[in-house]
Design a protein around this ligand. Structure first.
Ligand code: KIV
Ligand code: NA
Length: 276
């Protein structure tokens, strides 16, 4: 199966073929998802919340993303690997932005980067694109702006904010991004944006009209017991499997059932006699 690339994103949109994306943060999971045929793996800064246990994504650093990108890239054979640019890595100036994006490609071995925002980051987007690094945009509920939004809320519900998101999407396309993630926006707004753009939209909580979909893998696999957003569909309940397996493991240790004969190594009895 041939590698999924930036061209595949655009071809899929042209051919009305939906694009699948999932987050990944480690080698073994990346390998599983890649083998299952997912088109694209995002090393998202959701890493902070999902893997590192932070309250939000703001604590994640470029080094964190690179560390996990390396692992995911080693596990992804066909899927395109995208590294998220964390908070503060593209906010200072163009030079730092290009350096950080470049490190995610060079050290992390990702094939593209993603950053949040529209109009206010166009100069940064253009500079990264100019450095020959493919860029994905991210509009709507951009979690790095949680303190500005005052929480994780659906965006683009008023005429003004809906217009702003459409305008940002067009500006990002003009700046050279090859796809845009739309997070937590009304389905019909995402439809309009998807129709207006030549590049694909990847939705999360943005409905069925997007050109592709992305979910956080741990959400999709049901590995959490806590709060699950409305837009998440759980395709498995791994938390139950993990809990049951762990309880059984503990219980078998306590009862002396595990390890049994099949799990142990033997030694010649004549040697054992000399050891007493
Ligand atoms: O960090 C992340 O996982 C993301 C996706 C949810 C789009 O940005
Ligand atoms: Na993210």
């Amino acid at each position: 199966n041939k590698k999924f690339t930036v061209n595949s994103f655009l071809e899929n949109k042209k051919n009305n073929e939906k694009i699948s994306m999932l987050t990944a943060y480690d080698y073994s999971t990346a390998k599983l998802l890649d083998n299952a045929g997912v088109d694209s793996l995002l090393v998202g800064d959701s890493l902070g919340m999902v893997v590192l246990g932070y309250e939000d994504t703001l604590e994640v650093t470029v080094d964190d993303i690179i560390h996990h990108c390396k692992a995911v890239s080693r596990g992804a054979k066909r899927a395109m690997v995208i590294g998220d640019m964390p908070f503060l890595s593209y906010h200072i100036n163009v030079e730092e932005t290009v350096r950080n994006a470049g490190r995610i490609i060079q050290e992390g071995r990702a094939q593209a980067v993603k950053l949040e925002g529209g109009k206010e980051i166009l100069d940064k987007v253009k500079a990264i694109v100019k450095a020959q690094i493919p860029v994905i945009g991210h509009l709507g509920l951009t979690p790095q702006s949680v303190n500005v939004f005052g929480g994780f809320k659906v965006q683009g519900k008023t005429l003004e904010s809906a217009k702003r998101i459409i305008e940002d999407a067009l500006l990002l396309q003009e700046a050279g991004v090859f796809a845009i993630v739309l997070e937590c926006v009304p389905e019909k707004l995402a439809k309009i944006i998807t129709e207006k753009l030549d590049i694909p939209t990847i939705g999360i909580g943005a409905g069925k009209y997007c050109d592709g979909q992305v979910l956080v893998t741990q959400d999709m696999l049901g590995m959490f017991t806590g709060f699950t957003p409305k837009f998440v569909k759980k395709y498995a309940n791994l938390n139950k499997h993990i809990e049951n397996a762990t309880k059984e493991y503990i219980s078998e240790i306590k009862k002396g059932v595990f390890p049994s004969d099949e799990h142990v190594f033997s030694i010649d009895e004549s040697i054992i006699e000399k050891l007493y």
